[in-house]
Each structure stands twice: as structure tokens, then as C-alpha cells.
Design a protein around this ligand. Structure first.
Ligand code: NAP
Length: 344
């Protein structure tokens, strides 16, 4: 990549905006785990979490309230505090000369902002102007599977149903699921505050706002972002997104129609070597990927690939992925790693 698109060639000053949240805490863990070259790490959040202590590489770091001064001399901002906060600080971050990798949806569909899954469209990074968007979590998991299959035989249409865990709505939604599950077990009527309805022993259609076409925002994010990542602006895709009482890791049932029949054996051969993907299945035991298999792990798990009995040109498959990790924090750190100058 051209030098002007890369981060400086020295240990960096990095800020995590939203460091007390579900994604922020995973970012912190991943930066340490992957030995990202850091000189100074700044943990930012709102006044609510200011003063909280977090561990990083054997040191105790204190979370600070985000202010105008927070981004001075910062090289890289990993933002995971929501769209309104990204919008609020974007210009300040740019003025300070830092590169921003944004986990929110604020700029994902902006044509000047690359939307990147490193295993799928890393070349799009070479167009960045200081801001790169991390795609929606369910979209990242889906793109990892669609991209290698699409390169082999072009995709004609995708139908996807998601089974999204509480953690997709943040740290407080995870706490709420645990608390309300206990209340149900204690014979009480659960009352939700974070999610619109109780997820305890229940499920509901994704709670993001409904659009004029009666798809919810999450479903339309999957449609539009998948098209942008795959560079296929007209690709037909329809999605139904459901929130399920799983603490962490999302699942997806995917039907993919191709231009011509896609032999199941070939799909296995391709996905076995696809980056970021693992096959996990045991037909004898009727055992396929589950959220607990992928929790805290990098690869997404795929299984039960089969020919669609209603359409000879289509395949059915099932996937699970830790969406806080590969669906958010890991993807962002991998993008940052691609921006590091190569060691010669
Ligand atoms: P979360 O657990 O609710 O965390 C939100 C974070 O934002 C907290 O650190 C919070 O700090 C901070 N924040 C809130 N208001 C702020 C303000 N005014 N100034 C500075 N910081 C503020 O949410 P999350 O699940 O980590 O999600 C964060 C972002 O990542 C969202 O845009 C979300 O859509 C996106 N994302 C999430 C997932 C996922 O699976 N969870 C996946 C992909 C993308 P306080 O503790 O001080 O309130």
C-alpha cells in the first residue's frame, strides 16, 4: 500500500473510544494478544465509566472521559461508542491527524469511506482518507463465507436468517439477559430495560427501527453492506434478523443461489481453506456449529452444507461466529494491522 495510507513506522499512540463497552474491552484484549505496536494506550468512554481501571500488558490504565483534548498526538483511534459519538468526534480526530477505524454504522455507506473485511476486500483500504468503517457484525460473518464461494461460481441471490445474541446490543444487554433469566427461574415476571422485551427464554425480531419497506435497519445493513464489501451493488439479498437468548456469538442460516449448480464437495473444498473460516461438523453425531463453539475464538464455524432440495443451483449452510470478536473488535484490529508499515 502507498506510504501515505499507512500508519507511522514507530510504536503508536492508540485511543479506544468506548473502551468500557463490550467491543471496547475486546479491542483492549486483542491489542495485547496480537502484540500491536503500542507506545501509549488511551482508554476513553463517557463520564459514567471515567475512573474505571483496566489491565493492559501488565499495567493498570484508567478510563478517561472523552474531551477535545483526548485525541492530541494520537495516531490511531479505534471507535466503538456508537454512531452519534463517532459523528461527534470524527472531525476532531481528523484534525489531530489520527486514523479512525469506526465500529459504528455512521459512515459505512459513505462512498468515500472503505468498508473492509480484511480477508475479503483489503485492497479497498488503499482508498482511505483517514476514516475506515468496520462492517456490521452479521455482515462480516456472512461475507467471509460468500466471498470465496462467489469467486468460484458467481452468486445470484442470498436469503439469510440470523440468530443474534444479546451481546450484539452491548454489555448492558448481556447483563440483562443473565439477570432476567434468573428472575424467570425464580418465578418472577421479567421486566426489560435495555432491550425492548425480555430475551429470557424468549426471542423477538431484531429491535432496530423499521424502515419504510418494513425491513428493520439491521436487515437493510446486511443487504447494503454485503453489496458494498463484495463490490456487487445490485446483488439480490434478503434478510430476517432475530434476537435470541444466547449470551454471545451470532448464528446464521444461509441459502445461496448461484449462476449454476455448485457441487457440495467443491463448496467444502473451498471453505476448508477460506481465511477466517473453519468447518465444524459431525454428521454421525448430528453435531454442527453452536455459539458456544466459537465464543472467544477468531474463526467463524460453518457446517451442514447441503444442496437446496427446492433449487438445484442453491446451497444451504449454517454458520456461527463470535460477533464481538470477528464481527467487531478483531476485524478492526486486523484492519489496523494492514495499515502498519511492512517490516523489510
Ligand atoms: P456498549 O457495550 O454499550 O458500549 C458502549 C461504549 O460507548 C461504552 O464504552 C460507553 O461508555 C461508550 N460511550 C457511550 N456514550 C459515550 C459518550 N458520550 N462519550 C464517549 N463514550 C461513550 O456497546 P458495544 O456493543 O460495545 O458497541 C459499540 C459500538 O460497536 C456500537 O456502535 C455498535 O453498533 C458497534 N458494534 C457492536 C457489536 C457487538 O456485537 N456488540 C458488533 C459490531 C459493531 P460508558 O461506559 O461510559 O457509557
Amino acid at each position: 500500500m502507498n506510504q501515505q495510507f499507512l500508519l507511522p513506522n514507530r510504536p503508536l499512540t492508540v485511543a479506544i473510544l468506548g473502551s468500557s463497552g463490550a467491543v471496547g474491552k475486546e479491542l483492549l484484549a486483542l491489542l495485547e494478544e496480537r502484540s500491536f505496536p503500542i507506545e501509549r494506550l488511551i482508554l476513553l468512554a463517557s463520564h459514567r465509566s471515567a475512573g474505571e481501571v483496566q489491565n493492559f500488558c501488565g499495567k493498570k490504565l484508567i478510563v478517561q472521559e472523552t474531551t477535545q483534548e483526548s485525541f492530541k498526538n494520537v495516531d490511531l483511534v479505534l471507535a466503538s461508542a456508537g454512531g452519534s459519538i463517532s459523528r461527534k468526534w470524527k472531525d476532531t480526530i481528523k484534525r489531530e491527524g489520527a486514523v479512525m477505524i469506526d465500529n459504528s454504522s455512521a459512515y459505512r455507506m459513505d462512498e468515500n469511506v472503505p468498508l473492509v473485511v480484511p480477508e475479503v476486500n483489503p485492497a479497498d483500504l488503499s482508498k482511505h482518507k483517514g476514516l475506515i468503517s468496520n462492517p456490521n457484525c452479521t455482515t462480516i460473518l456472512l461475507a467471509l463465507v460468500l466471498s470465496p464461494l462467489n469467486r468460484h461460481i458467481p452468486i445470484k441471490r442470498i436469503v439469510v436468517s440470523t440468530y443474534q445474541s444479546a451481546s450484539g446490543a452491548g454489555a448492558l444487554a448481556m447483563e440483562e439477559l443473565e439477570k432476567l433469566s434468573q428472575e424467570v427461574l425464580d418465578g418472577k415476571t421479567p421486566k426489560s430495560k435495555v432491550l425492548p422485551y425480555s430475551l429470557a427464554f424468549n426471542l423477538f425480531l431484531h429491535n432496530s427501527p423499521l424502515q419504510s419497506n418494513n425491513y428493520c435497519e439491521e436487515e437493510m445493513k446486511m443487504v447494503n453492506e454485503t453489496r458494498k464489501i463484495l463490490g456487487a451493488p445490485e446483488l439480490p439479498l434478503t434478510a430476517t434478523c432475530v434476537r435470541v437468548p444466547v449470551l454471545r456469538a451470532h448464528s446464521e442460516a444461509v441459502n445461496i443461489e448461484f449462476e449454476k449448480p455448485f457441487p457440495v464437495k467443491e463448496a467444502y473444498e473451498i471453505l476448508e481453506f477460506a481465511p477466517g473460516v473453519e468447518l465444524l461438523e459431525d454428521f454421525e453425531k448430528n453435531r454442527f456449529p453452536m455459539p458456544q463453539d466459537v465464543t472467544g475464538r477468531d474463526p467463524i464455524s460453518v457446517g451442514r452444507i447441503r444442496e437446496d432440495i427446492s433449487n438445484p443451483n442453491a446451497l444451504e449452510l449454517w454458520l456461527c461466529g463470535d460477533q464481538i470478536r470477528k464481527g467487531a473488535a478483531l476485524n478492526a484490529v486486523q484492519i489496523a494491522e494492514l495499515l502498519l508499515p511492512r517490516k523489510s
